[in-house]
Design a binder for this molecule. Structure first.
Ligand SMILES: NC(=O)c1ccc[n+]([C@@H]2O[C@H](COP(=O)([O-])OP(=O)(O)OC[C@H]3O[C@@H](n4cnc5c(N)ncnc54)[C@H](OP(=O)(O)O)[C@@H]3O)[C@@H](O)[C@H]2O)c1
Length: 211
């Protein structure tokens, strides 16, 4: 599967590497073509770099841009994203308290869905630190948990299967509105890390997620 990743930050690097290891094509989109090409080279496999518009033309697209610009970036690509499964992993959090700037709702994910009405939006991966995803999955170790929220059951099923292929343990938490809670959970994790806990604290509510 061709998976577009918008942005060249730590989440794109970590998920891009896992995508390539799982046999997918990672299409890295950046504001700067040279940066995209360099990140694609680091990721390896048949990853390649391009602009946001090309990366957004994939079957599955991951919005991994700096969160304050995520809604505007998606709005600018709305037509290209028509019909795509659009994964939002953003956390609208600001220091020093790391509370969501959208705490009263709608969540970032719901705002992204409004900005691209033809896209099939799924919230996923937002509660997992990039540094945890960047670690190779060790045999026998517990995979990082990923929460999946969407109003589109087919899109959610595709992302659940993909999350499993990427070596994570997906948990379907229901409608896209649940993203309000998931963004708050990420704020809790970041605040924990800011106060000295290891990034590997990624939330684990259940050792055995439901099948
Ligand atoms: N880092 C984590 O551990 C983690 C974990 C879970 C969720 N998240 C979420 O994942 C998303 C991506 O986070 P990240 O840490 O990978 O990267 P990031 O530092 O938030 O930036 C990602 C990319 O956004 C692009 N971008 C576009 N417009 C920008 C602007 N005006 N200013 C700065 N960057 C801009 C840049 O790529 P180009 O310039 O190449 O286009 C940049 O590499 C965020 O929404 C974050 O909340 C992060």
């Amino acid at each position: 599967m061709r998976v577009g990743l918008l942005g060249t930050g730590p989440m794109t690097r970590a998920i891009g590497a896992r995508l390539v290891q799982a046999g997918h094509t990672a299409v890295i989109g950046s504001r700067d073509a040279q940066r995209a090409a360099a990140v694609a080279r680091d990721i390896g496999g048949d990853a390649h770099g391009t602009g946001y518009r090309d990366a957004a033309a994939c079957e599955v697209v991951i919005v991994a841009v700096h969160d304050p610009v995520a809604v505007d970036v998606v709005a600018g690509l709305s037509e290209v994203l028509d019909g795509a499964v659009l994964i939002d992993l953003g956390n609208p959090l600001d220091p020093p308290h790391w509370e969501s700037r959208y705490a009263g709702g709608p969540s970032l994910a719901e705002r992204i869905a409004d900005a691209a009405p033809g896209a099939r939006v799924v919230k996923a991966f937002n509660t997992v630190y990039a540094e945890l995803l960047a670690l190779p999955s060790a045999a026998g170790s517990e995979p990082p948990q990923t929460f999946i929220a969407s109003d589109d059951a087919e899109a959610a099923a595709l992302v659940i299967a993909l999350a499993r292929e990427l070596g994570t343990a997906p948990v379907d938490v229901g409608s896209l509105r649940m993203a309000r809670h998931l963004e708050a959970v990420a704020g809790f994790e970041v605040a924990m890390v800011a106060s000295g806990f290891a990034a590997a604290v990624a939330t684990r509510l259940s050792a055995v997620p439901p099948a």
